[in-house]
Design a protein around this ligand. Structure first.
Ligand SMILES: [Zn+2]
Length: 147
């Protein structure tokens, strides 16, 4: 019994470790946004001065690349209702057709597929557009330790 409990505790600790490691620190994207681990190209999510959401794909050297087969879906979980944000392709990714809904901070979910029909990878971002004095980045892309 004690042995089983030890295994259970170890499993729980392992799970806790994995989940905290997954909430790893934010990686700074070249455009001031948040760099996401997506494949085959890495993606940066950022908000333009016009409050449009933009996704830019990069190669390993962080040079912008054409999106290739990767497709993204963006959902804004605005209080009172979630909405799908319509995106249009750019040379290096996607940009929202309209400005993001007002009411930030709210959660956005960027769903990335390596190719249409593939299993999606969900990236949840707390869309806080306030300026962080610590790192001079927007809070959603803040790279400060500890928050
Ligand atoms: Zn910061």
């Amino acid at each position: 019994m004690t042995y089983l409990r030890t295994i259970l505790v170890a499993a729980l600790l392992g799970a806790a470790f994995v989940s905290s490691a997954r909430a790893e620190k934010v990686q700074a994207g070249p455009k001031g946004g948040r760099l996401l681990e997506t494949t085959p190209a890495r993606a940066e999510f950022f908000v333009t001065p016009e409050k449009k959401a933009e996704v830019v794909f990069y190669d390993a050297a962080l040079q912008p690349v054409a999106p290739g087969t990767q497709v993204v879906t963006l959902t804004a979980e605005v209080p009172g209702g979630r909405t799908t944000v319509a995106l249009e392709p750019t040379a290096t990714g996607f940009i929202s057709k309209e400005a993001l809904p007002d009411g930030a901070p709210y959660r956005v979910v960027l769903q990335v597929r390596s190719a249409p029909g593939d299993k999606p990878q969900n990236h949840r971002i707390d869309l806080n557009l306030a300026h962080c004095g610590g790192c001079s980045r927007a809070e959603y892309a803040c790279t400060c330790e500890g928050h």
